[in-house]
Design a protein around this ligand. Sequence first.
Ligand code: GDP
Length: 137
Amino acid sequence: MERTLSIIKPDGVKKNIIGEVIKRFQNANINIAAMKMIKLSKEQAQGFYAVHKERPFFDSLTDFMTSGPIVVMVLEGDDVITQNRKLMGATNFKEADEGTIRKDFATDIEKNVVHGSDAPETAAFEISYFFNALEIV
Ligand code: GDP
């Protein structure tokens, strides 16, 4: 059993597709072990995306991530990191496979609806960034 962090980004919340994203996880038999809605400060967004701090889009990305509420979730299941990345689709929605969340709902390489951890180490860091042990069912 593996865990990963999922975020419905501000554009996903604004598009009223929280339920649609959750439905896709549940249809894939992914268990939701924790969930909350929060609004990040600039500093919190910078801390979360610290690995990208040298990228040219870092400032724009962290502004975007603070532009409205987000929904953060801990997903649980066999091979869930890879499974979630498949449901999300490629970073750039133009390159995402048909039927993926980003292909269906993203409008921009940055405003791409969802985040998902990309490896066990990043999943562990990202989950602990938002949840303590008592908050994960
Ligand atoms: P992910 O793992 O698919 O989310 O992609 P990355 O870890 O490479 O990038 C993190 C996030 O930064 C992406 O989900 C996008 O929101 C944003 N991003 C990635 N590449 C670009 C880019 O070239 N331009 C801008 N503006 N944002 C980007």
